[in-house]
Write a protein that binds this ligand. Structure first.
Ligand code: SF4
Length: 359
């Protein structure tokens, strides 16, 4: 039985040149944590994110300087940029005019109808989608009273109210996120919304925490939803370098066999037979492989006797111990060398594998 159920059919929209929803692959996105008006720092961070495969980037637009900075940022990056605006319709319009590829703004928070109309007209003229981003922490008092607190139903009601405002203006280029910081409410809210609308869903668990709890919560929350066919684009939220968010997001999609992103590294958990520093070796290899595109399964194993056999499904592998390093392919030893060359021999073998694949 396949791990991922049939994907829920959603509308397709485009954020720049990235399709979201419908049959488009589930994309991985992140948010810059630099001050947007610091163009050099923001561009440098987005370029690092592009290198590891980030497909859409969001930046905060808390003021006019940030909105205007988008023009310079856009000239120096290659992935689509989403402007994240709270409340102020003038910032949304300025961000669009300066080249944002999408807006994240909740129409219910903008104020009077004429302000909403201005934002929607501006988005429509430029072909920009709008993401409605409902956050469990910022529901209106009226909704909190109606649903007796922050429930999945309250989050969905807030999303539907925002959706209705856009639909009444004949605007349907909408994607929606519904984030809570706990897995249960997040999953229940997305399930409920998915049963009611066919807009593409941006899935994530917000404020998931630092690396360890963040990875667990995001993998569970995003993974459960994707396995039910819910979710068109994902963002892993971590209190970390956003590069880590992309790595985790890609691992989630790879684990569910929804996408392939470059090399897949497996390494043994180590046991009493291991007498090399496998933790450091696997970290060095993973760092060196960041951003590589060729799908190749790599094994890093802790002992020369059992390692190759245990990792016979890997395309290429290394194992070491007692001063000897070995390189193996599909479980068969192809080369022996001094143990201190483990990382360099593996990287050279991966280069050769990539060349063969490209030939
Ligand atoms: Fe232990 Fe060797 Fe297996 Fe690693 S490969 S878990 S070191 S037996």
């Amino acid at each position: 039985m396949p791990l991922v159920q049939t994907r829920k059919k959603t509308r397709t929209l485009h954020v720049g040149d990235v399709a979201v929803g419908g049959d488009a692959p589930v994309s991985v996105q992140s948010m810059a944590n630099t001050r947007t008006e610091d163009v050099a720092a923001t561009v440098a961070q987005i370029r690092r994110l592009e290198e590891v495969g980030c497909e859409i980037i969001r930046v905060a637009v808390p003021g006019m300087e940030a909105a205007e900075a988008i023009a310079s940022i856009k000239k120096q990056i290659s992935i689509p940029l989403v402007a994240d605006i709270h409340f102020d319709h003038r910032l949304a319009i300025a961000a669009a005019e300066h080249g944002a590829d999408a807006l994240r703004i909740n129409p219910g928070n903008i104020g009077s109808r004429d302000k909403v109309v201005k934002v929607v007209s501006c988005a429509r003229e430029r072909g920009l989608p709008i993401r409605i981003g409902v956050n469990a922490g910022s529901l209106s008092q009226e909704i909190l009273d109606r649903f007796d607190g922050v429930t999945p139903e309250a989050m969905v009601a807030s999303a539907l109210e925002n959706i209705r405002i856009l639909e009444e203006l004949d605007f349907f280029d909408i994607k929606v996120s519904l984030k809570a910081s706990d897995v249960t409410r997040t999953v229940e809210a997305y399930r409920l919304l998915s049963s009611k609308v066919d807009y593409p869903l941006h899935v994530g668990v917000t404020e998931a925490g630092s690396l360890f709890p963040g990875v667990v919560k995001s993998s569970l929350g995003i993974g459960m939803l994707l396995s039910e066919g819910i979710g068109d684009t994902i963002r892993v939220s971590l209190t970390r370098d956003p590069v880590e968010e992309i790595r985790v997001g890609q691992e989630i999609l790879k684990s569910l066999e929804l996408r392939r992103f470059g090399p897949e590294v497996v390494s043994c958990p180590t046991c009493g037979r291991c007498n090399i520093d496998l933790f450091s070796i696997s970290e060095q290899v993973e760092e060196a492989l960041l951003g590589r595109k060729t799908p190749v399964k790599i094994a890093i194993m802790g002992c020369v006797v059992n390692g190759p056999g245990e990792a016979r499904e890997a395309d290429i592998g290394i194992a070491g111990g007692n001063g000897i390093g070995i390189l193996f392919e599909k479980g068969k030893v192809v080369k022996k060398f001094p143990e201190e060359q483990l990382v360099e021999v593996l990287l050279a073998a991966i280069d050769a594998f990539e060349k063969k694949q490209q030939a």
